[in-house]
Design a protein around this ligand. Structure first.
Ligand code: AHM
Ligand code: MG
Length: 333
């Protein structure tokens, strides 16, 4: 018999005592929102959802219509349930407090509502990334400071990839499970449990067009990979780059590999392109829960103490031995 996401969560709550009922409810609501984003994505041009919204987010990026739609779907689904204190999103400058007319809960939900925006209009996989934190005990009200917790404090994290299949990938700290959306039944069904990333790989993911801007350790690492069998690594490497972090990470959770979005000289004052709190942290926890590693080149991503909601970070994640190798090159430089 197949296991639905609801049943999986009930069992995590009941048998394993991993999650309290409010967190289970929260995750069910996030999954429902992802289902509805998946339907919007699938309609594409028929639903009038493609193209630019002609507005900019706090990072100065032009928003797509679907960025805004996905953001609204997540907020509307989550604000009334009583399980949340506040939300934060790539598409909102500051935190979103649960309106006074609804009961307040103790959880904080962070998300990138639609990751891989540049792939929306070209019908390539995109996704939603989410991270759940608990409000620090004793603090009255909610402020941005409540969100500034290390990734290791996450109580749940996951993503939903909208590709040929819609797949929800989740951790509550008990390994990684994958659920495929059964469109006829309208529910997410458990299709893989105990996901494991092999420690070694011959596949890397990086935007090679930025090579001239990279720091020496990244250049060194990629040059060694490109040298193939005849070079220092003694083996040939393959390259993949979807330009949707969700899709690239999904491939790594499925068959291994290493994903990199390093600091580069295009914007030397920023530590990287990806955002720590709602992109790197949830992905880093998933990858670690699947036996992989995730660093910023110097330290474990989950150990970074955030100082700002939208702060950026360099990312190296995936197969353990490759992440260790590229991290060691940074530490030695
Ligand atoms: P987004 O959240 O605005 O979509 O941006 C993040 C995306 C990641 O999914 C992906 O890894 C990266 O940006 C792609 O960047 P590039 O355009 O340099 O390939
Ligand atoms: Mg993103």
């Amino acid at each position: 018999m197949s296991t639905s996401l609801s049943r999986y969560l009930v069992e995590q709550q009941r048998a394993k005592n991993h999650i309290p009922p409010e967190l289970r409810l929260l995750l069910e609501v996030v999954a429902r929102a992802c289902k509805s984003i998946s339907h919007a994505v699938n309609k594409g041009a028929l639903g009038g959802v493609l193209g630019s919204a002609h507005s900019e987010n706090v990072q100065g990026e032009v928003q797509k219509k679907l960025d805004i739609i996905a953001n609204e779907v997540l907020i509307e689904a989550n604000e009334w349930g009583g399980h949340l204190a506040a939300m934060a999103s790539e598409e909102m400058d500051s935190i979103y407090l649960v309106p006074n007319r609804y009961p307040q809960g103790e959880y904080l939900l962070l998300f990138d509502p639609l990751d891989g925006s540049s792939n929306i209009d070209v019908n390539v996989s995109i996704g939603t990334i989410f991270s759940v934190l608990k409000k620090t005990e004793g603090s009255a009200g909610v402020s941005e400071a409540d969100f500034l917790q290390q990734g290791s404090a996450q109580v749940a994290a996951g993503y939903c990839v909208y590709g040929p299949q819609t797949t929800l990938v989740l951790t509550v700290g008990d390994g990684v499970a994958m659920f495929t959306l059964d469109r006829e039944q309208g529910s997410f069904v458990l299709t893989q449990e105990d996901v494991q990333i092999p420690a070694d790989t011959q596949e890397f993911a990086i935007n090679m067009s930025n090579m001239r801007h990279w720091a020496p350790p990244v250049k060194q690492y990629i040059e060694d990979c490109l040298a193939g069998k005849a070079g220092a690594r003694g083996k040939d490497f393959n390259m993949r780059w979807v330009a949707s972090m969700v899709a690239d990470v999904h491939r790594i959770l499925t068959r291994g590999g290493v994903f990199m979005y390093p600091w580069d000289q295009r914007e030397p004052n920023k530590p990287g392109k990806l955002r720590l709190m709602y992109e790197a942290n949830p992905m880093a926890w998933l990858v670690e829960q699947a036996g992989g590693a995730a660093t910023n080149g110097q330290q474990r991503i989950l150990d970074i103490q955030p100082t700002e909601l939208h702060q950026r970070v360099s990312v190296f994640l995936g197969s353990k031995n490759e992440v260790q190798r590229v991290t060691a090159l940074h530490q030695a430089s």
